[in-house]
Design a protein around this ligand. Structure first.
Ligand code: FUL
Length: 475
């Protein structure tokens, strides 16, 4: 235990823990974004809200195709752009004519939100809603209360009619510029409504449960903290860093991302903290919407695996955008990569050999024993006063590994600041990896090695050191 002054920033941060809904969300790790709407047909990224609904005409739309490919690639949920900035609604909203009901899709009787949410239910993945606060079509946008009523009405339709929703994703983007309309969003009213109608849903990005990573390029932090100063949770903070103009290069930029939000240095002098875990959103293509011209620019499996290791394996969730095409299908170019990605993930994490080991530690508590790290339940916690706790897994026979997965017990907060991993081979212990944070999950990719023992040393932590799991894999 270090620095236990009761008013010390590090001590205060160490007391912050996730809510139940954040813990449930944390289990998803990897899920899909589907940008689909009029832009799919016009070739734009930011529609201006003036194009005719008649353009929305997917001829072979099949939500089950989306969901089966997404599930196969290892993703556990899907977030649909029910309304993007152009204001066009993918469900027949009662409050506007600018929706699927005036499009050729299913002769005006279609409901994309219904078909996608039903497919998610059928195949057992979660469904989430993206509803853009910024609306370029709706006349009341910029009037204050009238637009807030409109937005609340739409949220109510979505929250009431499509079953369980795991997430409401509120984009911070707005490109109205200096002379554009200014709308004062009534966030508290939106959030209260969702808490009432969908109490298990997380509020993301401009919401208070899940934090935007700060870029759209798949760039991640080497040390990702879920406990951050409260001001990071302010909607203004997120909006100012979000996209301000229709600029394709925004998705490549990483300079808006603060590299450190939670280390001792970053939180010095701060006394207010929140649990606000990171989500990294990135598109499988250069754009968020489908463009035929980008068919040959789908990210490779290698690139996606790197992003996966850095995000899912770096205490962030990964929200991978897969934009369906004009037919209303995930195109064969994306399908090819998604299938390979799913196969690769299954290979990389096929068998956890840690379950066959014997665990011992420099210290443990009565309830939270070392052996818990290789079981299905519980966690290991070192005894008070153990300043450099270590835990060792020992095998009867040497085991080949190329990845060590560590999971902190985040129910008791995020506290581990530095760790080192050693392997005992024929020639004694050698260091094979080290890192700063762990949080929900840290994946350490190492050179393949045959080990008799693995030792994890926690060289710096805040108030408690508690590991939920150690897993060992080899492809
Ligand atoms: C941004 C938007 O402006 C993009 O169009 C896209 O929806 C992305 C996920 O968020 O802020």
């Amino acid at each position: 235990m270090r620095q236990t002054m009761q008013n010390d920033s590090v001590f205060l941060a160490s007391n912050v823990t996730p809510s139940q809904r954040q813990l449930e969300w944390q289990k998803l790790e990897f899920y899909a974004f589907c940008h689909f709407g009029t832009n799919t047909f016009t070739g734009k990224e930011w529609g201006d809200g003036n194009c005719s609904p008649l353009l929305f005409a997917p001829k072979r739309f099949d939500a089950e195709q989306w969901v089966t490919e997404i599930k196969n690639a290892g993703m556990k949920a899907l977030i649909l752009t029910c309304k993007h900035h152009d204001g066009f609604c993918l469900w027949p909203s009662k409050y506007t004519d600018y929706s699927v009901k005036n499009s050729p899709f299913r002769n005006g009787n279609g409901d994309v939100v219904k078909e996608v949410s039903d497919a998610c239910k059928k195949y057992g993945i979660k469904f989430g809603v993206y509803l853009s606060p910024w609306d370029r079509h709706e006349k009341t946008y910029g009037t204050g209360e009238q637009y807030n009523d409109y937005f609340v009405n739409q949220l109510t339709e979505l929250a009431e009619n499509y079953g369980e929703i795991f997430c409401f994703w509120f984009d911070g983007a707005c490109g109205e510029g200096k002379n554009g309309k200014v709308q004062m969003y009534d966030w508290n009213r939106y959030f209260a409504l969702i808490r009432e109608k969908q109490p298990n849903a997380v509020l993301s990005i401009c919401g208070t449960d899940v934090r935007w990573c700060g870029n759209e390029a798949g760039k991640y932090r080497t040390a990702e903290w879920s406990v951050v100063p409260s001001y990071v949770g302010n909607q203004q903070y997120t909006a100012e860093r979000s996209q301000q103009s229709d600029d394709i290069n925004f998705s490549k930029r990483i300079n808006g991302t603060a590299s450190d939000l939670g280390s001792r240095n970053a939180i010095e002098g701060v006394s207010d903290f929140i649990w606000y875990p990171c989500e990294t959103d990135v598109s499988i293509r250069p754009g968020w919407f489908y463009h035929k011209s980008q068919d040959f620019r789908v990210k490779s499996v290698k690139k996606l695996m790197n992003i996966y290791y850095g995000t899912v394996g770096g205490n962030s969730a990964l929200l991978l955008n897969i934009p369906p095409d004009k037919n209303g299908l995930i195109s064969k170019y994306d399908v090819r990569v998604l299938r390979k990605l799913g196969k690769r993930l299954r290979q990389e994490f096929s068998e956890n050999s840690a379950v066959n080991a014997k665990a011992s530690a420099s210290s443990e508590t009565e309830e939270n024993k070392a052996s818990n790290v290789i079981s299905e339940n519980g966690f290991w916690q070192c005894a008070e006063g153990d300043l450099c706790p270590e835990i060792t897994l020992e095998f009867d026979e040497p085991v080949k590994i190329d990845k060590v997965v560590l999971r902190e017990n985040i129910e008791t907060g995020q506290q581990i600041e530095k760790f080192e991993i050693f392997a005992e081979t024929d020639g004694g212990f050698t260091k094979i990896s080290s890192g700063e944070t762990i949080g929900n999950k840290r994946i350490c990719v190492i050179n393949p090695v045959k080990v008799q023992k693995i030792k994890v040393k926690i060289t710096s932590y805040r108030r408690i050191a508690a590991l939920k799991r150690i897993e060992l894999y080899c492809k």
